[in-house]
Design a protein around this ligand. Structure first.
Ligand code: AHR
Length: 483
């Protein structure tokens, strides 16, 4: 089967923010894993764990959403500033009712961003906070001149204002963020965004409204109709559960059946339908696509690992996660004209993480290697194709810096696939080719065997006379760059 890639045409740009991450005050998502404190024996820079930050720097995290999630709507930012021994200790009621000592707060978040080279995406508390509290947080972070909050920031050691790139107003306001109806939320959103001061009009803060849960198309319709003119992006949340059953069992991260492998792939593909339908609703109110769809929570969600706190959402990560994430990222690329940012949940130790830690040990998950491989698509131009690929093949082609990258996933568990590509412009040299695959369908990395699934060189592609031939192994993702 031959596919022609239309390399002579320029498609929409795939925003690098599609590779965004999310870290919530949840389980071991921040404490002990990213933030260990200056006095920890684990090597750290200003309290940030060095091994973890180094690993994340290599995948160029473009943006980090914080502090939640559900935690955001219980978070009072003033409790997380000032001398650490005076910060208020609270209970994290959403996640295991553990004590939250607020030692990771606004200053620590921006220090982490500085080390990562990432942009800020902060989620405000509109569920249990106030308009004034939100407004003062923005003043604290972004006001350069004299003011009560900027003076307080300086008093706490930060002279210059920080840059807040993205700002979310509410998280899951249809559920744990306030159980609001869309009409009510749209009005609350309008009110809060009115008091979101833009201290730097040349570089305005991008406003994200709480969008729908999965296929709640009514929510999108009402929020776009009633508040669409006041927002830059609207968020969508969708998690991939192998069983689709939130109540009883979501399925296990390892040791699953073939049926659950394939149902995971089908559920990952559902993202295409969601993005297509929500975008169509947005088109009615915003035909010029000024408002973006922001998928700020996505990824696989399994039953927690045996023996771990059910409130901590700690799960393993296998080659199945690589294929399901490839499907999802390819959907976002395909809809690059509408999807501007996505934030996989979550960066470390929670749900579909990049990194797992155990005391002073860390490992990179199979999903980490997919994010590493897919960096070539960040801020690249999408390339359209003529011809169709078999159902179990997922792909993206994009161009950047004069090179074409084709990423191909084969989620069939046993059949390799032969694929041929031609190009509308001359391309005759493979400059890089890599593969992620596993011996078994639940191949994964452990602290005893951290390199069972990694990024490897790929030898199964050749290019002759402008034709690329690929032998794509079963349960693998391959990425080939040509010039
Ligand atoms: O990512 C875990 C949780 O999932 C988030 O806190 C919440 O927004 C969602 O329900």
């Amino acid at each position: 089967m031959t596919i022609k890639l239309l390399t002579d045409q320029k498609g929409p740009k795939i925003s690098k923010y599609i590779y965004g991450q999310f870290s919530e005050h949840l389980g071991r998502g921040i404490y002990g894993s990213i933030y260990v404190g200056e006095n920890s024996k684990i090597p750290n820079v200003n309290g940030m764990r060095k091994d973890v930050v180094d690993a994340l720097k290599a995948i160029h995290v473009p943006v980090l959403r914080w502090p939640g999630g559900l935690f955001a709507d219980t978070y009072h930012w003033q409790q997380g500033i000032g001398p650490k021994d005076q910060r208020k200790k609270i209970v994290n009621t959403n996640w295991g009712s553990v004590t939250e000592d607020n030692s990771f707060g606004t200053h620590e978040y921006f220090e982490l961003l500085r080390q990562l080279g990432a942009d800020a995406y902060i989620n405000a508390n509109i569920g249990s906070g106030t308009v004034q509290e939100m407004s003062e947080w923005i003043e604290y972070m972004t006001m350069s001149g004299e003011s009560p909050m900027s003076n307080l920031r300086r008093q706490n050691g930060q002279k210059e204002p920080w840059k807040v790139k993205f700002f979310g107003i509410g998280n899951e306001s249809w559920g744990g963020g306030g159980n609001m109806r869309p009409e009510y939320y749209a009005d609350v959103y309008r009110q809060y965004q009115t008091f979101l001061p833009q201290y730097n009009p040349d570089d305005p803060i991008y406003k994200v409204a709480c969008g729908p849960n999965e296929d709640d198309y009514h929510w999108t319709d009402v929020v776009m109709k009633n508040a669409g003119q006041f927002l830059d992006g609207i968020s969508l949340h969708y998690y991939t559960l192998p069983t689709g059953d939130w109540e009883h069992s979501k399925g296990s991260a390892t040791g699953f059946t073939k049926d659950l492998w394939y149902s995971t792939m089908n559920k990952a593909q559902f993202m295409d339908r969601l993005v297509t339908k929500h975008s169509a609703i947005m088109d009615q109110y915003d035909p010029q696509k000024k408002v973006d769809l922001i998928v700020d929570e996505w990824g696989t969600w399994y039953d927690v690992e045996k023996g771990t706190n059910p409130g901590f959402l700690y799960q393993q990560n296998t080659i199945r996660d690589v294929l399901s994430a490839a499907i999802t990222l390819n959907v976002f690329h395909k809809h690059a004209d509408r999807v501007h940012m996505a934030n996989i949940a979550q960066m470390v130790n929670v749900l579909q993480a990049m990194i797992l830690t155990k005391d002073d040990q860390m490992l990179k998950t199979p999903t980490y290697y997919l994010f590493d491989m897919y960096q070539k698509h960040m801020d690249a131009d999408l390339v359209e194709a003529e011809g169709t690929l078999p159902d179990h093949i997922t792909y993206t082609a994009s161009q950047k810096d004069g090179q074409l990258t084709i990423s191909l996933g084969n989620y069939d568990l046993s059949q390799d696939q032969d694929l041929d590509f031609t190009f509308a412009s001359p391309l005759n040299k493979i400059t890089e080719a890599s593969i992620i695959t596993g011996e078994t369908m639940d191949a994964h990395n452990t602290f005893d065997n951290p390199n069972a699934v990694t990024l490897q060189d790929f030898q199964g592609a050749t290019v002759n006379d402008g034709k690329l031939q690929v032998k794509l192994p079963a349960k693998s993702v391959v990425s080939i760059t040509l010039k």
